[in-house]
Design a protein around this ligand. Structure first.
Ligand code: NAD
Length: 415
């Protein structure tokens, strides 16, 4: 690694090298030899040799370096999880334990047996367990501050309104709702109740995506004028989590609402502008009779400065979660851009006929923990969350316009 190949990235917890990746957190181990740090000892000595060094007996020592303790339990924000499916049980509930400001305090599910097993694992007692029928009783549960809705899309509005009526704040999964009208009703209900509404856009808390945003703003690739964003995966219908996704009356839309939303949201936050028009076309589906949503779709967003984003989503090809941004000095590729655990960020400098590729490695790149802590912080500090309901509304409005464009074959202006 040399200075000219080191990009000016302002995060202290990563470095990149021409030929590979190196997590900065390993560097202190590499600098200085063990002998340089270990003082000479006299045989039989028990007391400290140098002021501050420990004696050869069991003693208390200073707080470990870098330890950032979270809030004590009584100051943490209590979360009720609604819908104990794949994302809730495998990803969100386990990550709540890694946060600094949140705690799991209640569970809401229509499956009593599953709920009891998860409750036992996380130490949630019976009085904090709810069904969809008894959910409104959560109003009297002082342990619950935030209701996190992780059900199929069509239920997001109803559950949000019930949570606000119960006097709770709401974190809601994407898409915020199935129509812009529903999104607006949720936003209005939150304002009327004086409670926060946040959309769970984890990618906007992901250090890799945040780094890409910073690099583009710093001008590392010049003026961005082309984005290519694709999100694809297969939809095996034997898996329960995929079954409702095949049904328009439960999912609200197809691959676009499910994973294309990452292409759309990514194009918006990486370009840093709102698109002014969209054209779109459907892909031919697989013909499976159980599926009544669009399986594949591609769309083209035009931004005010003339930049374009060519995006796609489908259930017809294997996993793809890639976003590529091209400017007049270089390009940035996030591939995968929106995976739960693996993200890769590549920056190519093409200025002055160079073709210099740099890869970024970020040692602590958890995206779920900062997202959950942001919800809690917005409640503690009584401020708008970074990704409020309005951010979810913008995407739903554009996704509805994408469908109108694909249905009509006409370019649709975005207001
Ligand atoms: P899932 O099918 O695994 O879980 C949905 C849960 O909702 C079920 O387990 C059940 O408890 C409950 N539910 C209530 N009524 C239901 C019904 N009629 N049909 C099916 N389930 C019903 O789905 P999932 O993958 O966990 O997705 C849930 C929500 O989370 C969706 O809005 C999805 O878009 C969102 N999600 C977000 C991410 C992300 O990365 N942000 C990832 C996956 C899912």
């Amino acid at each position: 690694m040399n200075d000219t190949s080191t990009p000016r990235l302002h995060r202290r917890d990563f470095v990149k090298t021409g030929g590979g990746l190196l997590a900065l957190s390993t560097l202190p181990l590499l600098s200085g030899s063990a002998s340089a740090q270990t003082p000479a000892r006299t045989a039989g000595a028990t007391g400290p040799i140098v002021e501050g060094f420990p004696p050869a007996e069991l003693v208390g020592r200073p707080m470990p370096k870098g330890l950032e303790l979270g809030l004590p339990p009584e100051e943490r924000i209590g979360f009720a999880i609604v819908g104990l499916g794949d994302y809730a049980a495998n990803i969100i509930i386990p990550h709540l334990g890694d946060t600094k400001k949140c705690k799991l305090t209640a569970l809401v599910s229509g499956n009593e047996e599953k709920r009891a097993k998860i409750a036992a694992t996380y130490g949630i007692s019976d009085e904090h367990l709810y069904s969809y029928e008894t959910f409104d009783e959560i109003a009297d549960d002082p342990e619950v501050d935030v209701v996190y809705i992780i059900t199929p899309n069509v239920f997001h509005r109803e559950l949000t309104e019930r949570a606000f009526a119960a006097g709770k704040h709401v974190l809601c999964e994407k898409p915020l709702a199935v129509t812009a009208e529903d999104c607006q009703a949720m936003i209005d209900a939150g304002k009327q109740a004086g409670k926060k509404l946040m959309i769970g856009y984890r990618a906007q808390y992901d250090p890799y995506n945040l780094m890409a945003i910073d690099l583009i703003k710093e001008g590392r690739i010049g003026t961005p004028s082309l984005i290519v964003a694709d999100h694809h995966r297969l939809l095996p219908l034997e898996e329960p989590r995929n079954q409702w996704r095949a049904k328009k009356d439960v999912a609200g839309g197809g691959s676009l609402y499910d994973i294309g939303i990452y292409s759309l949201n990514g194009a918006r936050y990486l370009m840093g502008e709102e698109p002014v028009s969209v054209s779109a076309r459907y892909h031919e589906g697989s013909g499976r009779p159980e599926i009544d949503v669009e399986e594949g779709i591609e769309w083209r967003l035009v931004f005010p400065g003339g930049a374009v984003a060519n995006c796609s989503s489908s259930y017809l090809t294997t996993n793809n979660k890639r976003i590529h941004v091209q400017g007049d000095k270089g390009e940035i590729t996030l591939d995968p851009a929106t995976d739960y655990f693996v993200r890769n960020l590549k920056v190519t400098d093409r200025s002055e006929s160079k073709h210099q590729i740099e890869e970024v490695a970020i040692s602590d790149s958890n995206q779920f923990v900062p997202m959950l802590d942001e919800m809690a912080a917005s409640v503690i500090e009584n401020r708008e969350p970074k990704t409020p309901g309005e951010e979810g509304l913008r995407d739903v409005r554009i996704m509805q316009a994408i469908y109108r464009a694909a249905d009509s074959g006409e370019e649709v202006e975005l207001g």
